[in-house]
Design a binder for this molecule. Structure first.
Ligand code: B12
Length: 228
């Protein structure tokens, strides 16, 4: 009888949290790899990684866990997702540039989002935290990107960049996300604010830029690289 994925992922979440408390990278890796292989990227990110991040972030803020735990969990998650990111190639591949605006350091949810797009056959090029807007535009032009996604916690990270966002959004589909993006009073019309739900947001971006020959493309489950 197949395992109930909900029960497996609940257990996986508790095991990852316990391993984080122990700063046990091997255990985090083993549990996450199992979850990714059995349940896929969307479910693992939604039901294991995000809840653990929230829990560790809250515990760090309230002093129940140390700064070491927050740094450890960020690095461990990045490592596991990174080591399994297989190359995405072929005419159906689309390219997305991910970045946080200048002075914005909260890049981890954006990286998780990148894994979800990768599983939908996107070539993900991540510039990471604190990226100058000129560099984002340069990368998007160089790669002839199909989309750009920027994320940030602080509204000011976007507010101070309105002219750049307007220029960029005029020639490439541009998406913004995170608390800072949601708090914008009037985002430029060329810019789409993504919902908090990472799966919903990935579906939105994926649908906005269909793959070449999408009508005959295999379903996401068949097409996705083994893990993201
Ligand atoms: C971890 C963390 C950090 C890490 C970031 C690690 C990293 N590489 O991402 C480090 C140590 C670098 C950091 C630094 C700072 N941080 Co900080 N940090 C946090 C913390 C504890 C957790 C954030 C997190 O990852 N949560 C887990 C994610 C999954 O949840 P989330 O961020 O709420 O995101 C949700 C949505 O917004 C959405 N989402 C977010 N991004 C994206 C992207 C996409 C594409 C999509 C679709 C959705 C999406 O997904 C989630 C759905 O629930 C929070 C407090 C907290 N308990 O949340 C503070 C917090 C975000 N930090 C804060 C601050 C002020 C800072 C600092 C200025 C210093 C400080 N005083 O702590 C610095 C510098 C910030 C800067 N210049 O950018 C404030 C932000 C307040 C604000 N709105 O301005 C918070 C809220 C703490 C607080 N209560 O004051 N921080």
């Amino acid at each position: 009888m197949p395992a109930d994925p909900a029960i497996d992922l609940g257990l996986a979440r508790r095991r990852v949290l316990a391993a984080t408390r122990e700063l046990d990278g091997a255990a985090v890796r083993e549990v996450l790899l199992d979850a990714l292989l059995v349940s896929g990227v969307d479910a693992t990110v939604t039901a294991v990684i995000m809840p653990v991040l929230k829990e560790v972030g809250d515990a760090w803020e309230s002093g129940r866990l140390g700064v070491a735990h927050e740094h450890f969990v960020s690095s461990a998650f990045r490592g596991v997702l990174g080591e399994l990111r297989l190359p995405v190639q072929g005419p159906q591949a689309r390219t997305v540039v991910l970045a946080c605006p200048p002075r914005e350091l909260h890049d981890l949810p954006l990286e998780l989002f990148g894994a979800m797009l990768h599983a939908r056959w996107w070539r993900v090029v991540s510039l990471g935290a604190n990226s100058p807007m000129a560099a984002v535009a340069e990368a998007a032009r160089f790669l002839d990107a199909d989309a750009v996604v920027l994320a940030g916690v602080r509204r000011t990270a976007f507010e101070a960049r309105m002219p750049s966002l307007t220029r960029l959004g005029a020639w490439v589909p541009l998406f913004v996300a995170g608390e800072g993006a949601k708090a914008l009073h009037s985002p430029p019309p060329q810019v789409t604010v993504l919902p908090d739900d990472l799966v919903e947001a990935a579906q939105l971006v994926d649908a906005r830029v269909p793959a070449a020959g999408a009508a005959t493309a295999p379903a996401v489950g068949d097409a996705e690289p083994l893990v993201g």
